[in-house]
Design a protein around this ligand. Structure first.
Ligand code: 2M8
Length: 424
């Protein structure tokens, strides 16, 4: 099984390779996506450390002057197969955008320093690998500085997202309440090429899309300037911020490897870990999001709220484990971790980020379980992961209970993380 999984996953990543990056899926997502590239590089390093380095280099080449790493780097070959495309963002007209590269203005969760550190570790002795690490380090520091200086809209140190697309978990029920106050754009004004590649019930609805577009217009029309006030969607997400902590710890390791001082990274990781405590919901037994505009917590149990399991020596690890094993997540026989509370009346096991199991989140949970010493459960979930990934041709997501595949197939991070699991 492992050998076959390796072969099929490597083959798919080859098919989805576009010269210096990998597209998430050739039909539905024909460009380079930010956190996808992080997950992809983590798996690709087992097949080709050189390609994994290129994956991260091409993404970092698209960094803006203010430090942001964009959500999407547009591929000239991607045409208008995805909307919003480069013509929507017109990034080339904005000050501080990368020269000769078209990108979106938004960002995605910061898994990049973690990815760079893992890619380096797969080939630590080569000169290319060291050069890669040396070149990536200042860019990653600048990215984290962007989060710390431009995105701390809330009362504390945590970074805020300005759009559900920035969470990577776009349609999560966590965003329902803040989206209530966002106006909408009529469906006839929105181009939906995505619906040609996945069923309507497997993608966000027209109502959500109307709001996503309204927010994207608002951000773009204010030059993607984070000093803009009066923004109607500002949210602190536990997943985004937990990945920031993990990446800050990876930066500390990179600094040490390069003979540099790691203290500022260790300190920021510790401060962010403390700040995350503001997002803990004792009734749900997990972390939740905070609406920065009302300062109220958004009490929904989602897989995002389990992500702090990734932080070494997490004080609440035991509570998170209990929640993970309980009825909201794995308790009722789920094969992989559902994205949303299985006990919630509006949970839907097939609907985009509102119940199904995603392979990147499954992998993060597996890593979190290993971090807290739960290797048995991590092993069981790993077996299921590989089984479902290979059986269904690397689907985008699955029903957590039946394993039925949803969304697009031949999805790159599913294949890449399969490689990471079978090689760990
Ligand atoms: C999905 O998000 C895009 C917008 O970024 C979309 O729905 O069109 C999400 O699953 C996100 O996490 C992922 O990065 C992206 C590409 O795979 O697709």
């Amino acid at each position: 099984m492992a050998a076959e999984a390796r072969r099929l996953a490597a083959q798919l990543l080859e098919e989805n390779w576009r010269g210096n990056h990998t597209v998430p899926a050739s039909g539905l997502y024909p460009h380079q996506w930010s956190w996808d590239s992080g997950f992809i590089a983590i798996g690709l390093r087992h097949v080709s450390p050189a390609r994994a380095r290129q994956e991260m280099d091409s993404l970092l080449d698209a960094q803006w002057e203010d430090g942001r790493i964009p959500q999407i780097v547009y591929d000239a070959e991607g045409g208008d197969g995805y909307s919003p495309g480069p013509g929507f963002w017109r990034s080339e007209l904005l000050a501080g955008s990368p020269v000769g590269i078209q990108t979106a203005g938004l960002v995605q969760p910061p898994n990049h320093a973690l990815a760079v550190w893992k890619v380096f570790q797969s080939d630590p002795a080569s000169a290319e690998s060291r050069q890669f690490l040396e070149a990536a380090f200042p860019r990653l520091v600048k990215w984290h500085e962007y989060l710390a200086t431009r995105r701390t809209h809330g009362p504390g140190l945590l970074a805020s997202i300005v759009h559900p697309w920035e969470s990577g978990t776009d349609n999560s029920p966590l965003w329902d309440q803040p989206l209530e106050r966002v106006p909408t754009i009529p469906p006839e004004d929105i181009h939906r090429p995505d619906l040609a590649h996945a069923g309507e019930g497997e993608r966000p609805g027209q109502r959500e899309y109307g709001k996503y577009y309204w927010l994207a217009h608002r951000y773009r029309d204010h030059d993607c300037d984070d000093r803009d006030t009066g923004y109607p969607f500002l949210v602190e997400d536990p997943l985004f911020n937990a990945l920031w902590v993990v990446s800050e710890l990876a930066l500390a390791k990179i600094a040490t490897e390069l003979g540099l001082d790691d203290r500022s990274h260790i300190q920021r990781a510790a401060e962010l870990t403390s700040a995350l405590e503001d997002l803990f919901d004792p009734a749900l037994g997990c972390y939740v999001a905070r609406d920065v505009l009302t300062t109220l917590l958004l009490p929904k149990a989602t897989v995002n709220g389990l992500a702090p399991l990734l932080i070494p020596k997490m004080a609440r690890a035991k509570t998170l484990l209990r929640t993970l094993k309980g009825p909201r997540f794995l308790g009722e026989g789920a094969q992989l971790v559902p994205s949303y509370d299985a006990t919630a009346s509006d949970m839907n096991p097939g609907l985009y980020w509102r119940g199904p199991a995603w392979f990147n989140m499954a992998w993060l949970v597996i890593v979190g379980l290993r971090t807290v010493g739960e290797s048995r459960l991590a092993g069981l979930l790993s077996v299921k992961f590989v089984e479902l990934a290979v059986l269904h041709r690397f689907p985008e997501y699955v029903n957590p209970w039946t394993g039925r595949p949803h969304g697009t197939r031949d999805f790159s991070w599913t294949a890449a993380l399969t490689l990471e699991i079978v090689n760990s």
